[in-house]
Write a protein of this length. Sequence first.
Length: 397
Amino acid sequence: MALTKEDEDAPGARIGIGLGPLTLRQQLVKALWIGIWLFYLSAPVTDLVNGGHSPGVRLLGGLGLAAFVAWYLVLVFRTVRQMAVPRVLASLAVLAAQAMVLSLTLGREWLVLFVYVAISSGAALPAKVARWTVPGATALLTATAYAVPGGTAYLAGLLIPSLMGGFAMIGVGAMLRTTIELREARATVAQLAANEERLRMARDLHDLLGHSLSLITLKSELAGRMLPDRPEAAAQQVADIERVSRQALVDVREAVSGYRRPTLPGELAGARTALAAAGVVAGLPTGETADLPEELTEEQESALAWSLREAVTNVVRHSGAKRCAVTLQTTQTLEGPVVELAVTDDGSGGPGGPGAPGNGLTGLTERLEAVGGTLSAGPAGKSGFRLIARVPLGSRS
């Protein structure tokens, strides 16, 4: 289940927690949210316009304010957490120096710049460092306020925003790091499950073919030694080789058929385990075997089971969903009764969406069409993804 390029640019697309903006629209949304908080710079701007400063001071003050805002946006918008801590500290020192110089030279209205210093400190630095720099920026605000004429009158209204804003950004950073770790854990769980399945298949095939192939090898060597002196005995060994080979072929076909023909009860149980391991809240039907219609053929059940497996795999690996709902019901259509399987999640999708179907959805479509069924997949509302597989009752493949 995936978001295509068109889906990402759609109005309902959203930036996943723990993920950076990927498209121009997402970058603009993030810039808008950051830009809203620049509203509090109205006090310095008003002071520049109506503060009675000379034209030269206004020009220098405007340039200083523009430089401060640009430096602040770089710190909070760019991914500075990948930079070395000393470089970030140096950048914050420059930002604090700008705030101090502007406040001391232009007046108390400019003390609000220290709030932005504290916020950018919490956003750009690791928590173990930011827990010291945020109070440090607030202390610098206090010291500067006492040095600016009338600054103490503004101090009470700036201390709480400075401390709360800085520590709030530390909390947001911790939440993002936790979310990223959860995404990585989900990918690891999915990879481990795939590895375990491959190991199980390899182990089963080894146990199945090991004895038969060893017996074939021994009988082939024995038949070779019997020729040409004992052709009748050699012929008997060749007949045994043929019998063992045929039986091994039957066993392999049965094993592969077992792997390739999953059942709905088994896949529902596997889906419950996989979603729980990935931390996804699952809503799954109960009483699976009792709810399956008797008219449902093995081929139709297999196609629905494959659809469920592919959908749940995409939820775990790609969607980043927190919830996943699975419904299985019999409905009446104009063409007759059908069994409908629906898998809906609230995630952002993954590679291979309906706009550019990947091998998974293409394969499912072919399996369902082979038993007279249909597949539909696409966004579910403003966010999330839904896959619906239907097969007609009574159809014979």
